[in-house]
Design a protein around this ligand. Structure first.
Ligand code: NAD
Length: 484
């Protein structure tokens, strides 16, 4: 199998916040990889824009250092790095003032795709959007890329949407949720809608429940102050886990096109029931080997912010009535593991009698580690001695199935940035989707505040607080294992 790389149109991509952590760690390395494959044409340009008073040469040196830091040595031959950096430029600009805008305007070329990446604090989105129009830097169909967090509640998200739409049309706004750019997440759609096998079973008649797990081993690290104002619900559930849930629960869109897909996702979010307190378990990690607890790391001994959350969610529509969706995500857990598991119901009748035990099909879509798909099926245990049943995996990791080609699987940022240049919004969140997700999230968070709920402690390196296990146990179910 040979992967086809179709070059995108010539572009100018301006990265506001071009000297920041995200630009160095993700955006520039992603662009370099697309340059290497030939997808980024040689006349396209990347223009870093930030406050530092750099020259082009200073910025190139910084970005060279970033590529060296974040890419393996063998994957960045010096000749290719040099050729790439010739496409990189810099303007020193003040998002809230006047300096740099004339210079940026002079750099922009008509006749090529224009994209402006807002890799800055959300408080700068408004000033940037306003100045792009005021200084006539943006052409009619210029694209804006905005990073998470998109608001911290419904009110702030509405305000951000309004601010951006005062200057740009919704069709120009690309709200990044990098989970949507992951290869496996797209494979979820390919598996569901590309195979006759699954879709007929994809409903409350055949599915017992769904589990979505995003487990991290890292703590809040250097982001403590930011994280403590956010917590797992805002930082992970409202966006990433919600997007995964939507892709599993949505009706088949009529076409794989931006509005058809996003209309279906929106219907799912709007069908979510409010979540009562007894269907939520929150936790905070306590001392690990290094003696660091969540409270120490955020420097706030009274913090009631959760570093772990598990929820039981109901999607109130015809397809999913009565099927619980269990979501959990947390920091400092036993292993780094992200997966979606569709747990099917028991066969209605066992022709082998009761002694063979309980056997269930489970379809697992693994986001990490070892991206792939696993279907647990029941077979006969080999050998004589009567009919004994055993569950075995039909396991496919993309690496094994696709061989060397899988090494070239683009990372989420590569795919998403190229989609911006192509003008394809399918994998980006629409404004109304984000608002609907906040409208569902807000009352949950408000409930904790009103009742003064506090998260339960859980040990670093564990699978989360006991309450999370009880959430499933009380219904005769259990979480899938988090394997170290
Ligand atoms: P950062 O603090 O490392 O960088 C901020 C950048 O903004 C710098 O380049 C700085 O020069 C520039 N800047 C600040 N004020 C400016 C002004 N007045 N005019 C012009 N430039 C100005 O931040 P970051 O970690 O790169 O994050 C950028 C955005 O992306 C944030 O909104 C963050 O929430 C979001 N984000 C970051 C990550 C990540 O992994 N770093 C992940 C997801 C989302």
């Amino acid at each position: 199998m040979v992967s086809r790389v179709i070059p995108v149109d010539e572009f100018d991509l301006v990265i506001f916040g071009g000297t920041g952590d995200l630009a160095r760690r993700k955006i520039l390395p992603a662009l370099f990889r697309r340059f290497q494959t030939g997808q980024m044409t040689k006349d396209s340009r990347i223009i870093g824009a930030a406050r530092s008073g750099y020259s082009n040469e200073d910025y190139r040196a910084e970005m060279k250092a970033a590529l060296e830091e974040f890419l393996e040595k063998e994957s960045r031959p010096a000749r290719e790095v040099k050729a790439f950096l010739e496409r990189v430029h810099y303007v020193s600009i003040d998002a809230t003032g006047k300096s740099g805008w004339k210079e940026l305007k002079a750099l922009m070329r008509p006749g090529v795709v224009q994209a402006f990446y807002f890799s800055v604090a959300p408080s700068l989105f408004g000033p940037l959007a306003e100045r792009l129009q005021e200084w006539k830097c943006a052409l009619k169909d210029a694209r804006l890329v905005v990073e998470k967090p998109f608001g911290r509640d419904l009110e702030t998200a509405r305000q951000l949407n309004k601010t951006l739409r005062d200057y740009f049309d919704e069709s120009q706004i690309y709200r990044i949720d990098h989970y949507l750019g992951k290869e496996t997440v797209q494979n979820l759609m390919a598996v569901r809608f590309g195979n006759m096998l699954f879709e007929p079973l994809w409903n409350s008649q055949h599915v017992d429940h769904v589990q979505i797990t995003v487990a991290e081993t890292v703590g809040v690290n250097g982001r403590g102050a930011y994280y403590d104002k956010s917590g797992a619900m805002r930082d992970m559930v409202q966006n990433h886990l919600m997007q995964l849930l939507c892709l599993i629960a949505m009706e088949p869109p009529s076409r794989f096109d931006p509005d058809a897909v996003r209309d279906e996702k929106l219907k799912v979010i709007r069908a979510l029931d409010p979540v009562p307190a007894e269907n939520i378990a929150r936790g905070q990690y306590v001392s690990d080997d290094a003696g660091e607890s969540y409270l120490d790391q955020v420097g706030n001994p009274d913090s009631a912010t959760e570093s772990f959350i598990a929820l039981k969610i109901q999607v109130s529509n015809w397809r999913w009535a009565g099927v619980p969706f269990y979501l959990r995500t947390g920091k400092k857990l036993k292993a780094r593991q992200s997966e979606i598991a569709i747990v099917f119901k028991d066969a209605p009748h066992s022709i082998f009698g009761q002694d063979v035990g309980r056997h269930r099909n489970i379809l697992t879509i693994r986001l990490q580690p070892n991206e792939g798909i696993n279907l647990r099926v029941t077979i006969k245990e080999p050998g004589p001695g009567g009919m004994r049943l055993v569950d075995v995996p039909l396991d496919m990791t993309f690496k094994e199935a696709l061989g060397a080609e899988s090494d070239d699987i683009a990372d989420a940022y590569e795919r998403l940035i190229m989609d911006v240049i192509r003008g394809n919004q399918t994998l980006f969140m629409r404004g109304d989707e984000v608002e609907a997700a906040w409208a569902w999230t807000d009352p949950i968070i408000a409930g904790w505040k009103e009742r003064g709920d506090r998260p339960s402690p859980y040990d670093s390196g564990s699978t989360g607080p006991e309450d999370a296990a009880i959430l499933l146990h009380r219904e005769g179910r259990k979480w899938r294992e988090i394997r170290a």
